[in-house]
Design a protein around this ligand. Structure first.
Ligand code: UD1
Ligand code: UDP
Length: 383
């Protein structure tokens, strides 16, 4: 008898990180996979679905312009409930810390469906940072029956919360599986700017910013620092694929659009984005996923956040948690871009988050859970 697994997700990063696992599950004979997208994101989700040739069985289509957390959560639970009770899967798969993740898990709990949580156990222990992701992830963890922790530290966090050891598998992060499948040193960009860019003679910063807790003054500080850096370094250019959140689009246009060294572009498809990341000098970001990807591409990262649930690369020395104060961002970027000794200190490739085999371990753990195999997979260890 096949086991029925339903994956529920809704945003760009969830789709990127789930894609390699979903493809692998589709190829297995002992599983029936049902894909339900909340479409908490619309265009940014569709890009990833199309790149990985994934098709949703159910599409809740809940995104609204400037959606609120309560509004989007209410729409997900209302639409997902009927689908879950009708399909009654053996397991629900969710990933990470978005509202689709937590509300997906909550709806599964109400339907008494078991839950597997991928990328479990990351913590800042600060309720409001990242907001609302820290609590989304903690609450999903409380509900989960299986926890796929990417690192030993994440496992430790779960154990400290009395999660049973038998429910935790250390798998590495599927983001590295995805990244390895798309980065290619001979990749040719379709985008004219990226195709013709003088990567050799120019300094290049890749900027991304979207966190809810950074909207307002923190984002203004970030944009001002970047603008002033281009005034200080004449061969510096900045590429900023602007998130589709209209609040960010308005502010970035107002503060950065008239600067010729700063290129505000549409969100990139994952394939060009990952390959661009492999070619830039420095990454400035408040993203979670990019903090995991850039270190394995040997790119120094300044994390534009006061907290991080991903301290492994900070400890490994490629990521600096710089925060959102103007002066800190400006000074540290300037130092990295003008002092090669300082730069080389941070530009080493490290892989604390995975080895590209997370999907394999997750499938082994599922096989073990469903008694298809009696062998528990060995934990991922980064060293
Ligand atoms: C969400 C997640 C966040 C994740 C981020 C990844 C929550 C609460 N937040 O934040 O954890 O890091 O996705 O990008 O789950 N929009 C579009 N088209 C899109 C996507 C977004 O127009 O394809 C606009 C809409 O106006 C939407 C707004 O962006 O209302 C915000 O989207 P939302 O998913 O609520 O928050 P994010 O900031 O994207
Ligand atoms: N990404 C992308 N195109 C972009 C910006 C980011 O494909 O224009 C990818 C990036 O490589 C990473 C993921 O999207 O895998 C991160 O998404 P985001 O920063 O929106 O969310 P977070 O990781 O913070 O939840």
């Amino acid at each position: 008898m096949k086991k029925k697994i339903m994956a529920v997700f809704g945003t760009r990063p969830e789709a990127i990180k789930m894609a390699p696992l979903l493809k692998a599950l589709q190829a297995k004979e002992n599983y029936e996979l049902i894909i339900t997208v909340t479409a908490q994101h619309r265009e940014m989700l569709d890009q990833v679905m199309s790149l990985f040739k994934l098709k949703a069985d159910y599409d809740l289509d809940i995104m609204r312009d400037r959606q609120t957390l309560s509004g989007l959560s209410a729409r997900i639970i209302k639409k997902l409930d009927g689908i879950l009770s009708q399909e009654n899967p053996d397991l629900l798969l969710v990933h990470g810390d978005t509202s689709s993740t937590f509300i997906g898990a909550l709806t599964a709990f109400y339907n008494q469906v078991d839950i597997a949580h991928i990328e479990a156990g990351l913590r800042t222990h600060n309720k409001y940072s990242p907001f609302p992701e820290e609590m989304n992830r903690q609450l999903t963890g409380v509900l989960a029956d299986l926890n796929f922790a990417p690192t030993l530290r994440a496992r430790k966090n779960l154990l400290l919360e009395n999660t049973s050891e038998s429910k935790i598998f250390v798998t590495g992060n599927t983001v590295i599986d995805a990244l390895l499948s798309v980065v290619d040193k001979n990749y040719i960009f379709e985008n004219e700017l990226l195709k013709n860019f003088d990567y050799k003679n120019k300094k290049l910063i890749l900027l991304t910013a979207h966190r809810r807790e950074n909207l307002g003054q923190p984002m203004e500080n970030i944009f001002k620092a970047v603008r002033d850096l281009t005034e200080q370094i004449s061969n510096l250019e900045v590429i900023f694929p602007v998130h589709l959140n209209p609040v960010i689009r308005e502010l970035s246009k107002k503060m950065l659009a008239d600067n010729k060294q700063i290129h505000l572009i549409e969100p990139l498809d994952y394939l060009p984005f990952a390959n661009l990341m492999a070619r830039v000098d420095l990454v400035l970001t408040d993203s979670g996923g990019i903090q995991e990807e850039a270190p394995s591409l040997a790119k120094p990262v300044l994390v534009l956040r006061d907290t991080t649930e991903r301290p492994e690369a900070v400890e490994a020395g490629t990521v600096i948690k710089i925060g959102t104060e103007y002066n800190d961002i400006y000074q540290q970027s300037l130092k990295l871009l003008t002092d090669s000794k300082e730069y080389n200190k941070y530009a080493a490739a490290v892989n604390p988050y995975g080895d590209g085999k997370a999907v394999k371990r997750i499938i082994q753990a599922l096989d073990y859970h469903f008694n298809y195999s009696s062998k528990r997979p060995a934990d991922f260890r980064c060293n």
